[in-house]
Design a protein around this ligand. Structure first.
Ligand code: SF4
Ligand code: SF4
Length: 344
C-alpha cells in the first residue's frame, strides 16, 4: 500500500485540498464523546485526533433514518434525490470501514440487487480511515478478526499518527487522485516502525480485554448449532425491545417501506429504518408471526449477523464496535451471549 508522510503543520493544506472534492466532515472529540462534525474552513488547520470510534455509526453518512424516495400516480414513478452532495469523511475507524463493506455487499455489489440511492451516496463520498489509538471497554473487533486500524479496501486514504504528523496511506485511485496536487515525502522506516509498535500495543489491549470471551468454535458454528441454548433465554430476558441496538449498529440495515398521500393526487413513498427487535417486524398477512416471542427475536439478530450473512457473504455482519453493548437498556453484552452458547 503506498504511503507518504504528512507533517502535522500540513493538515490544513491537506484538508483544504480535500474540500475541493466535497464538504469536509470529520470525527472530532467533543464533551459528548467522539462525534461527526461538518467543518468550517477555519477548523481545517488543527486536528485533535480521536483515540476511539465515534458514538454514531457510519451508516448515517449514507442514509437518513427516514427518507422520501419516490412519488407515483398509478404506474408512473418519479424517483427522488439520486444526486447527493459530495462529502469527505475523515477519521473512520476499522469497525466502521468494515461496516461499510458489509453494506456494500448487500446494496452495491450483490448481483441480485442494486440500491441506486446507496450507490449514489457511496460514490459521492471520499472515505478517510484512521487508526485507533486506544480501546473502549466495549470494543471487541479482535473477536471478529479485525485489526484496530484500516485494512479493508473500503477506504480511499487513511491517517496514522506518527512523529508529530501522520503516515498517509493511499487506499484507492480515488484517494490518490484527491491528493495528487499535494507534494509529500515518502514515509520513512522509522515512521512505519513507530505505528507498528503502537498497533501492536492496541492489539494486545484488545486481546487482554476480550480473552475471557474467546470461544473454541467460530461464532457462525455456535449460533447455527445451538438454537435451543439457554444462553438465548438468559441474556434475552432483560431485553425491553427498545431497538437501540439495531439503530446504533453500523451494520444493521433493515428498513420498512410505506406510502402516504402526497400533493396533487400523487402518493409519496418513504423508507425508514426498522428493527427486528420490534414485535411486528415479521408479522405476516393472515396473522402469522414467526418471531412473536422476545427470545425468538433476540436469537434472530445473532442468526442474521453470524450465520445467515456469513453463509451468504463469507464474513460476519458484526464488527465488534460494541455500540450495542454501550446503548443496551437491558445491559446485554453480545460477547457474553456468544460465549455462553458454548456451555449452556
Ligand atoms: S438495545 Fe438491548 S434492550 Fe434494546 S432492543 Fe436491543 S437488546 Fe433489547
Ligand atoms: S452487533 Fe453490536 S458490536 Fe456488532 S457491529 Fe452491531 S453494534 Fe457493533
Amino acid at each position: 500500500m503506498p504511503a507518504y508522510f504528512l507533517s502535522g503543520d500540513k493538515i490544513g493544506e491537506f484538508t483544504r485540498l480535500l474540500s475541493t472534492w466535497g464538504s469536509i466532515y470529520r470525527f472530532e472529540n467533543t464533551p459528548q464523546g467522539v462525534r461527526l462534525k461538518l467543518l468550517t474552513e477555519d477548523e481545517y488547520g488543527t486536528y485533535d485526533f480521536p483515540a476511539v470510534r465515534a458514538a454514531e455509526p457510519a451508516k448515517f453518512i449514507f442514509i437518513k433514518a427516514r427518507k422520501k424516495v419516490a412519488e407515483y400516480f398509478n404506474d408512473e414513478w418519479r424517483y427522488l434525490d439520486l444526486k447527493v452532495e459530495p462529502k469527505v469523511v475523515i477519521g473512520l475507524k476499522q469497525c466502521d470501514l468494515r461496516a461499510i463493506k458489509i453494506w456494500d455487499n448487500v446494496f452495491k455489489d450483490d448481483p441480485d440487487y442494486k440500491d441506486a440511492h446507496y450507490i449514489s451516496a457511496r460514490e459521492n463520498t471520499l472515505l478517510i480511515g484512521a487508526d485507533c489509538l486506544d480501546i473502549a471497554t466495549t470494543c471487541f473487533c479482535n473477536l471478529m478478526d479485525l485489526e484496530p486500524y484500516p485494512t479493508d479496501n473500503t477506504f480511499d486514504l487513511s491517517l496514522s499518527p506518527a512523529n508529530n504528523g501522520y503516515v498517509l496511506f493511499i487506499g484507492s485511485e480515488k484517494g490518490a487522485n484527491a491528493i495528487a496536487d499535494l507534494d509529500l515525502p515518502d514515509v520513512s522506516t522509522e515512521n512505519l516502525a513507530e505505528i507498528d509498535q503502537r498497533r501492536k500495543i492496541i492489539k494486545e489491549k484488545l486481546e487482554a480485554q476480550n480473552s475471557k470471551y474467546k470461544t473454541a468454535e467460530t461464532y457462525r458454528n455456535l449460533v447455527e448449532k445451538n438454537p435451543d441454548s439457554k444462553s438465548w433465554d438468559i441474556h434475552g430476558s432483560t431485553c425491553v425491545t427498545c431497538a437501540a441496538c439495531t439503530y446504533v449498529c453500523p451494520t444493521c440495515f433493515c428498513f420498512s417501506i410505506y406510502d402516504v398521500p402526497g400533493k396533487d393526487g400523487l402518493t409519496d413513498r418513504f423508507i425508514a429504518l426498522d428493527s427486528c427487535k420490534y414485535q411486528r417486524f415479521s408479522f405476516m398477512a393472515g396473522g402469522l408471526n414467526p418471531r412473536g416471542s422476545l427470545v425468538e427475536r433476540f436469537k434472530h439478530r445473532y442468526n442474521h449477523k453470524f450465520f445467515h450473512y456469513n453463509w451468504r457473504y463469507g464474513i460476519n455482519a458484526c464488527t465488534g464496535c460494541g455500540r450495542c453493548i454501550e446503548n443496551c437498556m437491558g445491559k446485554i453484552d453480545m460477547r457474553e451471549t456468544l460465549k455462553d452458547l458454548e456451555s449452556k
